[in-house]
Design a binder for this molecule. Sequence first.
Ligand code: NDP
Ligand code: 8X3
Length: 253
Amino acid sequence: MNKYIFITGSTSGFGEACANLFAQNGWDLILTGRRRDRLENLKSKLTSQFGVKIEILCFDVRKLKEVNESIGSLSLEITSKIEILINNAGLAVGRDPIDSGIVEDWERMIDTNIKGLLYITKAIVPFLKKNKKGHIFNLGSIAGKEVYPSGNVYCATKHAVDALSKAMRIDLVEHSIKVTNIAPGAADTEFSIVRFKGDKEIATSVYEGFQPLLANDIAETIYFVATRPKHVTINDLTIMPTAQASATVLWKE
Ligand code: NDP
Ligand code: 8X3
């Protein structure tokens, strides 16, 4: 097909599911994340399954120099074919009231979810502009639409993603670059393991008593949005488990 999609955070969850689905549909991939072994395993699996071309870039989105050097290492042959960017890498760390939050946790979230997303966007947009088309997906959250107890800084970072999606849409409209904000509710990925710092018992309890979203539900939504006709953009989607009515209202059996 000769079109590339650039996915941050491809080593698990939504990013990995998007890599699988787009590869299945013939897209070439640029896969990024910090865990090189996972990137390499995914590359060899998808290459042999679907015969697509795959570049892997192993870097931390918080480190501007790493971001620019990694993206700068891509050949013109590849950058001239990038059509989609999925700004997916992100995380919550901790769930504490504002006065007992840990400053290092706050900084990790702000640096990854806001600054990392900005660094990647700044590095990729020039290619999309040059190619005179493109589509940026930003992984926001229901936490970017509502605020919930002890969600403070994570919610603030996702509200920032929501604002940046709107801002990018305005700044990039003249270049025919689409921008879609994706705002999922509770989804069973590695998200809660990371949020609760490896405590599997608490992480598992988050999804007990209801059917959460699965990573593939989000990948299918993104694929649908990405394959609308040229003149159609879906700006913003909130996607919830059927059992979830808002950030705080979850119907558990
Ligand atoms: P996962 O923890 O499964 O995946 C997160 C991905 O982000 C991993 O591939 C991880 O890769 C990458 N990542 C994290 N930090 C960095 C970093 N500093 N540099 C590079 N890559 C990084 O979680 P999800 O798939 O659930 O999360 C994806 C996005 O969706 C996040 O932005 C999250 O906030 C958002 N979201 C999640 C929801 C949920 O309930 N699961 C709901 C709403 C939104 P690696 O560790 O290898 O670097
Ligand atoms: C992840 C969903 O509700 O834990 O963004 O904030 S939530």
